[in-house]
Design a protein around this ligand. Structure first.
Ligand code: AHR
Length: 491
């Protein structure tokens, strides 16, 4: 099979905001506790309670931004429960996620310590559903003020003299659902009120992000843009990739057949049209594209692994999830003029995770490797392109076999995905730059569609050098194996 790509470079093409490679960590299942936080007395190597192995793995992704503390948890979180001496913090019930005890040992100071260890920006999501305006105002003051004021003094008393930087603040989460079951008109008014008190203290410039739509709900986007756009820097969008787009998700992450393979990839490709539809609504109100689309929850949502707490959303992660991630990044790049941030759900042990942990052990998932391979796209200028590809079809469902994207930084980076699990594809790239050669090429693939990493075999799926790339008559030709993701560096 063959596919053709033709670069159509343009100086006015947008740049991929590095934050599109952002993450999300919620107090849910084993994401925060065990996954990131083990406590200072743990035998698991840690820095001030935060796991060293996980931080090292995530740092290698150039993780730009981390959203916390939820998710649904955010609208029940009262930040003052999570400050001060840990033994005196109240234990609460995590009503959303598994009904487990939340001891509040990971709070504001621990989150900002994590961000500092990761070298990433903080994106805090505030409580609109069950929290007061004053509570939100005080949290921002506690985090960012260097004045002599009650909240800044409280922070100092708790051991932190200097304020932290808080570049992004979310005003509620899923306010149409777990965050309060609101109508968009009601939330738009509430948003305006709460966002007013999310203030800029001491030189900190905080971008206020409004809760956006659930998947297809363009009416929510329309109402928020109409009534509150002047008060926001970003409007979120949540969309999960479910097999067959059915709720609740019932398919296994690692036990599936070819029908489920193509079904999930087709669902992932649907993100393109979804962003397009919301972007058109935003364009109507904001043709200058001042308000960013912040896709702050995305990723695959499968049935939980057998024998695990259904409220913990723990799922394995296969080569199929890696293809879903690659497809999403290509779509985010295509909409780089509007999409300013995206946060995969979630970083560790929950949904489409980067790493999984089991006591002291940790593994990198196939999705992790896509983030690692694609990090070179962060901050790159998109190279528009024409892609001609045959379809891959199975059981009456068909999708384009090849998905691709290219960006330019100091070099040109081309990422490719072959969605066909049965046939390789030869991709000819007409760059229009005859001097370009192949500096590096890597591929992520495996012999089985269901291939995944386990604690006994943590490297079953990991990138390898792609040796089948060559220059031929001013073209770059890459022979991609079946079911693969590749990244080429051309220089
Ligand atoms: O990521 C899991 C949950 O999915 C989040 O808490 C919520 O915002 C969404 O429904």
């Amino acid at each position: 099979m063959q596919a053709q790509i033709k670069f159509e470079p343009s100086e006015s093409a947008p740049v991929v905001n590095p934050n599109v490679y952002g993450h999300f960590a919620e107090h849910l299942g084993r994401c925060i506790y065990e996954g990131l936080w083990v406590g200072e007395d743990s035998p698991i190597p840690n820095v001030r309670g935060i796991r060293k192995d996980v931080v090292a793995a995530l740092k290698a992704l150039n993780l730009p931004v981390l959203r916390w503390p939820g998710g649904c948890f955010a609208d029940e979180y009262h930040w003052k429960d999570g400050i001060g001496p840990r033994e005196r913090r109240p234990a609460i019930f995590n009503t959303h996620w598994g009904g487990v005890v939340e001891n509040n040992h990971f709070g504001t100071h621990e989150f900002f310590d994590l961000c500092e260890q990761l070298g990433c920006a903080a994106y805090v999501c505030g409580n609109v559903g069950s929290g007061e305006v004053r509570e939100m105002q005080e949290w921002v003051e506690y985090i960012t003020s260097s004045a002599r004021s009650p909240m800044a003094d409280l922070r100092r008393k708790n051991g932190r003299e200097e304020p932290w930087k808080l570049p992004y603040f979310g005003v509620g989460n899923e306010s149409w659902g777990c965050g309060g079951n609101m109508r968009p008109e009601y939330y738009a008014d509430l948003y305006r009120r709460y966002a007013t008190f999310v203030r800029d203290y001491t030189g900190n410039r905080v971008q206020r992000i409004a809760c956006g739509a659930n998947s297809n709900d363009t009416n929510w986007t329309n109402v928020l843009m109409e009534r509150a756009r002047g008060h926001m820097h970003g409007l979120s969008l949540h969309n999960y990739t479910l097999a067959g787009q059915k709720w609740p998700p019932s398919g296994s992450a690692i036990r599936f057949d070819e029908a489920a393979w193509i079904d999930l990839l087709k669902a992932a490709l649907g993100m393109d049209g979804l962003i397009q539809r919301h972007a058109e609504v935003m364009d109507k109100h904001d043709p200058e594209k001042r308000v960013g689309m912040v896709v702050d929850e995305w990723g695959t949502w499968h049935a939980v692994e057998p024998g695990t707490n259904p409220g913990f959303l723990f799922q394995q992660n296969s080569l199929r999830d890696a293809l879903v991630a690659a497809i999403h990044f290509h779509i985010f790049h295509r909409h780089a003029d509007r999409v300013t941030m995206a946060n995969i759900a979630q970083t560790v042990n929950v949904l489409q995770a980067m790493v999984l942990t089991d006591g002291p052990r940790m593994l990198r998932t196939p999705t992790y490797w896509v983030f690692e391979m694609f990090k070179v796209h962060q901050g790159g200028r998109v190279i528009p392109m024409k892609v001609q590809t045959l379809d891959y079809a199975h059981g009456g469902v068909s999708v384009p076999a090849v998905s691709a994207s290219a960006t330019r930084t100091d070099a040109i980076h081309v990422s490719l995905a072959n969605l066909d699990p049965n046939s390789g594809v030869s991709v000819c790239i007409e760059t229009g730059m005859p001097s370009l050669g192949v500096a590096e090429a890597r591929v992520l693939t495996a012999s089985e569609m269901t291939a995944h990493n386990t604690f006994d075999e943590p490297d079953a799926v990991r990138p390898a050098k792609l040796t089948t790339v060559r220059k031929s008559n001013d073209m770059i030709v890459a022979d991609l194996p079946a079911k693969s993701v590749a990244i080429l560096t051309l220089a």
